[in-house]
Design a protein around this ligand. Sequence first.
Ligand code: GLA
Length: 706
Amino acid sequence: MIRRKGNLIKMDTPHTSLVLKAEGDGAELLYYGKTVRFGPDFSLLSGEDKRLLFSSYGSVDFRESGLVVLLSDGSAATRFSFVRVRRMEKPSALPLPASYGEADTVCLEFADEYAKLRLYLYYSVFSDCDAIAVNVQLTNAGKKPVRIRKISSLQLDLIGEGYSLVTFDGSWGAERTRHETPVNGTLVCNESRTGSSSPFHNPFVMLERKGEVYGFNLVYSGNHRETAEGNNRRQLRFLSGIGGLFEWTLEAGETFTAPEAVMTFGENRDEVTSSMQTFAAEHIVRGRWQKRVRPVLVNNWEGTYFAFDRERILTIAKASAEAGAELFVLDDGWFGHRDDDTSSLGDWTDYAEKTGGLASLADEIRALGLKFGIWMEPEMISEDSELYAKHPEFAMRPMRREPARMRNQLMLNLADKQVQNYVVRAVSNIIASTKAAYVKWDYNRHITDPYGKGVAAGEYAHRYILGLYAVLQRLTEKFPLVLFESCASGGGRFDPGMLAFMPQTWTSDNTDARERLTIQEGTAYAYPTISMGAHVSASPNYQSGNRTPLETRFNVACGGVLGYEMDISRLDDREKEIVKAQIAYYKKYRELFQFGRYYRLEEKDGTGGFVFVSADQTKAIAVVTAKEKVTGQANARYRLKGLNPQYDYIVKPREQSNYASCEEFTAAGDMLMQGGVPTDLFCDTENDTNSVYARMLFLRRAPARR
Ligand code: GLA
C-alpha cells in the first residue's frame, strides 16, 4: 500500500514501511524498516546528512555515486531536482525481464534542466511479501547524445555502524557460499565481470547487523556490482546495478531502462529468505510451470558423459521408467559429431550414428512412459563446426585477434539480430522434431572478447544480455508448455533474470551430498527451492571422490527438485529397490517438498538442515544434517522451525533400518522448536563413516489430546 501526506510518501508491505520525502532539490529517505504508523514528526528523521534515493556525480558528496553521465559539453556533473510524484501501473521494463503481479506503484520524477535529463524512479510495493521492486529510467530530453557511465538500479543510504555485507560467492562446483565482510570506513564490493551473473558473486546480497537485515537482488543475468561504503559519519551507502565495463550512449529522445532491483527488510535472515523466495516464486517465475509440481527426472550426463549410443540410453531410460521417474533428459553429445567437448556446438542436428535417429529415440523413450527432455547450449559455437565454417562472423571475436577459449569453445554474438534468429530457429527445430517437454539450456563459458561489429565495447555486455532475453522471450512464448531449466556449468547463472524465463536452474555440477548442503543452503537464501535442480549421483562422487550412502544422497537432493544423474540401470537390485522407494516417497509428498514453506535450520557445529512445512502446519518434512562426525558433537541439538507451537507432532523417520535408535515419537511443536532434538538420535555409527549424514523426518499433527 502506498499513501501520501503532503510531501511525505509512505509505502507499506505486510511487515515493513518505507517513508520518503520528495521536494524541491531532491528526495530523501526517512525510514525503511519494520512497520511504523504514519504518525506525525517523520521530519525528525531528516538528518544532517540526507539519506538520498539516488546520488549523481559531481556534488559535494564524494562517496561512490549511483549515476554518472558524461554530457555533450564535456562536463560530467548532474544535479536533479524533484518534479512530481504519480501513482501508476507498474511499468513494463521490457526488453528486460521484471517482476509482475499485484503491486502498488509510484513514480518519482526528477529533472536536470541544464543537462536536459529526466530521471524516473518507480517503487512497486507487493502485498503478499515484504519486497519492494525498484525500476530506474533515464531519458535524454536534449538534442545531443550523452554517455551513461554508471546507472545504479538501487541506492539505499543507511545510518549506523556495525553492518556486514553478506555475499554468496564461489566458483564452479562451489557456488553461492556465504561470506560476511564488515563494512567500516571503506568500500566493500561484490561484482561480476564475466558477462553473466556468474558463479563467483551472486547478485543477491544482504546488509545486516543484529536485529536488522536488508536483502537485495537484481533481476538481471549480466555483469552486476553491489557496493557498501561506510564512513566515520555513521553513513552507509548501498548501491546495486550493472557492473563490469559499461558505457552507454543515450541519443536525443532515448530512454535507458536499468535492470529491476528488489529490496526487503527483516529482523533476521529467515524473514529475508522468506520474502525473497516468495518474491521470486510469485512475481518472477511465470507461465505454465509456476504452480505445477515438477517431474522427477533422470539425466544421463554423469552416467555416460559423451560415451553413449542408442542402446545405452534406452537401457537407462527403461530402468528410469521402472524406478518411477517421469522425465528422461538426454544430455550433451547427441548432435553434430560431438564425442568430446572440442566440436559441434552450433550444429544442432542429429548425430545419427550415436542416437540411431533422435526423433525416433525420443518416441521410444516416450513409449516407456517417460517424457523426453534434451540438453542444448545455444549461445555457443565450436570452431570445429559446420556453423563456424559457414558463418565465422556469428562468433563473438575480433576477427584478427586470437580469442581466449574456454572449454574449447567460443560464444555466439547474441547482440546481433541475425544470430538471435539463428538460435531461435535451431532451438525451435529441435523442440519441434523431438517433441521435447523439457530443455536444459546450458552456458559453459564466460565472455572474454566482448565484440560485435558496430557495437561499442562499453555497450557490448549489456547488449548481449538484451539479445539473450529477446531470444528467451521468443522461445518461451513459442513453446509455453516446455519446462526450461537453465544451467551454466552448473549454477553459474542462477539469478532472477533467468528465472523469469526458466522456472528451474541446475544448482551446481557438484553433486556431492556434503558439498551440496552448503551450495543448496546458500542458494535457498534468495531462491525458491522449487527452482533448484538437485540430483542423486553415483558414489564415490565424481567431483569429490566421497562415498555417501544412497539414502543420504536422496535426502540432500530432496532439498531441491529431485532428479537422478547416473546410470541407474547399473545399480544392483537392492539399490534399484531403494531408488524406487525413494521416488515413490518423493511423489507422495511432492506438494510438501516443492511448495511447502522452507526454513533453514541453524548451522551449528557442522549440524543443520532444512524443513518444509505445509501452509496449515499440519505436516512437515525435516532433513537434519551433519557435515562433521556426530560423535564430535556431544549434546548438539536440532531446533526445528515453522511448526505450530500449539500442535503436537508425530515424528517418523523415513528410513527404518539403519539407525534403529530413532523410532517414531510424539513431541510438542514448541518443544521441537525451542528445546530441539538431540543429534545423536540420528547417527548410524556403523554406516556414517563419511562424516556427513542427512536424515529425513516426516512430521504430522497428532490428534489433539483431551
Ligand atoms: C555443463 C553442465 C553439466 C553437463 C555438461 C555437458 O557442465 O553443467 O550438467 O550438462 O555441461 O557438457
